[in-house]
Ligand binder design. Structure first.
Ligand SMILES: [Zn+2]
Ligand SMILES: [Zn+2]
Length: 102
C-alpha cells in the first residue's frame, strides 16, 4: 500500500482498510516471528505473555510514512496494547485499537 493511499485512509477515517491489506498482514506476521510471539513490554519486566497484537511505536495517524516500517513495530499482548493506547488516548483518540488488532 502506498503512502498516498494510507494518508487518504487516515483522512477518511478508514484506517481499518490499511490493517486488512496484504502488505500489513505479512509485515505483522514477520514482526510476531521476530519477537517470538512474545509481548515485548512484558518481556522487559521479566514476564512472559503471548503477543497477539502488533503495535506501531510511531502511530500510523501521526507518522503514516512509518506504517510499513518493520522497525516501527512491536509485538504486545492485549493488555499491554490497551495500556499503551490508554496512555496515548490522553492526547489522541483511542479508537484505532480495534483496527490494529487485525
Ligand atoms: Zn504484555
Ligand atoms: Zn497500537
Amino acid at each position: 500500500m502506498e503512502l498516498k493511499r494510507i494518508k487518504e485512509l487516515i483522512g477518511q477515517d478508514k484506517l481499518v482498510k490499511f490493517y486488512q491489506c496484504p502488505a500489513w498482514r505479512k509485515l505483522r506476521r514477520q514482526a510476531l516471528i521476530r519477537d517470538n510471539n512474545e509481548c515485548q513490554n512484558c518481556k522487559r519486566i521479566g514476564r512472559y505473555r503471548a503477543a497477539d497484537h502488533v503495535h506501531h511505536l510511531k502511530e500510523v495517524k501521526e507518522y503514516p510514512e512509518y506504517a510499513l516500517t518493520f522497525d516501527n513495530l512491536e509485538s504486545l499482548c492485549r493488555r499491554c496494547h490497551n495500556d499503551v493506547h490508554d496512555r496515548l488516548a490522553e492526547v489522541n483518540q483511542p479508537k484505532f485499537i480495534n483496527e490494529e488488532r487485525w
